[in-house]
Design a binder for this molecule. Structure first.
Ligand code: C2O
Ligand code: CU
Ligand code: CU
Length: 509
């Protein structure tokens, strides 16, 4: 085992779908040497997924699965380690850097890493067909083409993504670029990553995953402890100045309706795919699983000693929880249903500082798509997401590893109009209404139209890779399929829905 592992590690493993009779990915070595000659990484990292323990509470440590990382080549700042957190290190790179990452799997399970939001070649995207077994290594090579922004990475083995992310496997992938540098946004200690996740812990401080039985897993995993950067009861101590808060909803299934506790509007400067054209103010922001927002948070107006909270406000999530929630609660079911209000984290205004930075009124230039820009503007591709008989379906089809249907085949370099629909009605049958955050791999898109209920909380102005569809809601998006041919995923990012098959391939050729 050790020899094989070192062998793969030293040769730099590539794709794993060439297996010999023992199931060993020997062909990787040959592929690696022939293909990697022209790739000279600026940054080379290793990420190892491994069972570990974290002291989250007093007493017994919590067993988690965790990414640990090392910089092999580059700058020590390419990896930032969070203290006492189950989260993986924060990867920080610049646009146009060439990155090589060796993913080593030390889990007692198969896994693969996906770079959520990044535009990378199909083979580097972490499709579940590339899963590797315990002791194996998969090497990723890609150039970072994305704009400056807050992206992230997480496992993507089919049927087990929810379980593995929940166990602790996730981390941020931050990209910076020259455009962003010019804005002189709050940086270093004033640039604060905030990964929000809900978890359930048992009395022995251990994570509990889907304790409620199969039927309840239709809602996905909903925990009653809100963790920020892996810590419940997270507190942020700030001084009277401006901060950049990068917020990722890293939860499996929970949706947040974020607002400041004193009703100050949120100032949003970026979303999934980076900076907006200009800052926008929102009374609240609705953030589905996998979505990101960045806030400009200026605490200079507060007296020292002020405590504030970022809260999640009440919203109507779905009939399911409204109608059946109390009865479920009696059985010890969902203690904190989607839509229930709670505090996400506390902020103490503790230090005095003179703020000299001003919020820029222009952040970036975004070329806005119109529906007419799409090659299929008269005939949008339609994808309908619903759940039936414990199966996640898109246009009535569930996930098959290599399957691509006719309406999932796209032309390279085409610009497409897609209509994404959360239908709770199909073939005359009433489906259970539930939210579906829809995600496309490998692409940033623009939301050009939307029907729905939580409207004023959506930030659709910038580039997106995930769009939340509440029950009955539809969104039209425009996507450009440039550069990379091959097979990519699109799926519901409620990770339990994804694991139940609400995921499909699209093929660009
Ligand atoms: Cu966060 Cu398939 O992705
Ligand atoms: Cu993704
Ligand atoms: Cu879903």
């Amino acid at each position: 085992m050790i020899n094989r592992r070192q062998f793969l590690y030293l040769t730099g493993a590539g794709a794993v779908n060439f297996l010999n009779m023992n199931g060993w990915p020997l062909a990787k070595a040959a592929m690696a040497s022939s293909e990697k000659n022209d790739f000279f990484p600026d940054v080379e990292l290793s990420l190892t997924a491994t069972p570990s323990e974290v002291q989250i509470f007093a007493g017994q440590p919590t067993t988690v699965w965790q990414y640990t990382g090392q910089v092999i080549k580059g700058d020590p700042t390419n990896l930032m380690h969070l203290d006492q957190s189950y989260l993986g290190p924060i990867i920080r790179v610049r646009r146009h850097q060439k990155v090589r990452i060796h993913f080593e799997n030390n889990l007692p399970a198969r896994s693969i890493i996906h770079w959520h939001g990044l535009h990378v070649p199909a083979r580097m995207d972490g499709h579940p067909m590339y899963v590797i077994s315990t002791g194996e290594t998969f090497t990723y090579d890609f150039e970072v083409l994305n704009r400056a922004g807050t992206y992230w990475y997480h496992p993507h083995p089919h049927g087990r993504t929810g379980h593995q992310v929940y166990g602790g496997l996730a981390g941020l992938f931050l990209v910076s670029d020259d455009e962003e540098d010019k804005l002189d946004l709050p940086s270093a200690k004033l640039d604060i990553p905030l990964v929000i996740q809900d978890r359930a812990f048992n009395p022995d401080n251990q994570l509990v995953y889907l304790p409620r039985g199969m039927h309840d897993s239709m809602n996905g995993m909903l925990g009653d402890s809100i963790c920020v950067n892996g810590r419940p009861d997270f507190k942020l101590s700030v001084s009277t100045r401006a901060y950049r808060l990068r917020i990722l909803n890293g939860s499996n299934s929970r949706i947040y309706k974020l607002a400041w506790s004193d009703s100050t509007p949120l100032t949003v400067i970026a979303t999934d795919g980076g900076l907006l054209e200009k800052p926008i103010e929102k009374k609240y922001v609705v953030l589905g699983p996998a979505e990101r927002i960045e806030l400009w948070a200026d605490f200079s107006k507060y007296p020292i000693g002020t405590s504030l909270e970022l809260v999640s406000k009440y919203f109507e999530a779905a009939m399911l929880e409204g109608d059946m929630g109390p009865r479920r609660g009696m059985r010890g079911g969902i203690r904190l249903p989607n839509g229930a209000p709670f505090s996400v984290f506390k902020i103490d205004v503790a230090g005095k500082a003179k703020e000299t930075r001003l919020l820029p009124d222009k952040l970036s230039a975004i070329e806005r798509y119109q529906p007419q820009d799409a090659d299929n503007s008269d005939n949008p591709r339609r994808f309908s997401f619903f759940m039936r008989h414990m199966q996640g379906l898109i246009n009535g089809r569930t996930f098959r590893m290599q399957e691509v249907a006719d309406d999932e085949r796209l032309r390279l370099n085409s610009t497409e109009l897609w209509e994404l629909a959360n239908d709770n009605r199909s073939m005359g049958m009433m489906m259970m209404p539930m939210p579906h955050p829809v995600h496309l791999h490998g692409k940033q898109f623009q939301v050009i139209e939307r029907s729905g209920t939580l409207h004023s909380g959506y930030v659709d102005e910038g580039w997106k890779d995930t769009v939340l569809l509440m029950p009955g809601e539809r969104a039209k998006i425009v996507v450009n399929f440039t550069d990379y041919p091959g097979m990519f995923l699109y799926h519901c990012h409620n990770l339990e829905h994804e694991d139940m098959g609400m995921m499909r391939n699209y093929l660009v050729s």
